[in-house]
Design a protein around this ligand. Sequence first.
Ligand SMILES: [Zn+2]
Length: 157
Amino acid sequence: MKLAQHCLSAVPLALAGYAASGGRFSGAVMAGLSSVLIDCDHVLDYLLYKKRWGGMKDFFANCEEGRLPRLYLVLHSFEFVIFLWLLVGFGIAAPWGVGLTIGVTGHLLLDWVGNRHVVKQSFYWMSFRAMHRFDGNQLYVTPPVSLEDPAEESARA
Ligand SMILES: [Zn+2]
């Protein structure tokens, strides 16, 4: 999913966060913000690959066109979503936590549906990515030619 689409989805998710948190402003704000800002973990993957910031255009090209050789995406995981829902379910989450849960869940579901042509179906499970050693060659539906050879990469490490 592209940034603009996530920004659009932030509006209904903020409304859902407002409703689910019992009409709390903090629930709405956290739902809206988290539904967009969760994508900041792409920056970490990009910097680990590029070792420097190459500008917004290069960043979006690498992320959206599936060119990153390693996909950690530490915040994009259904395990994280389940953990958040457990906190909500047990009544531990504050109103802003309820909003966060709704924002993150909405984002991940949109990514899961919207990126199914880019990454494998189970991609948004952290355990699935870990099982494949976060290797883009095994996680992208069609690994791009620009990916580094993993054997070559491990030899350098
Ligand atoms: Zn995302």
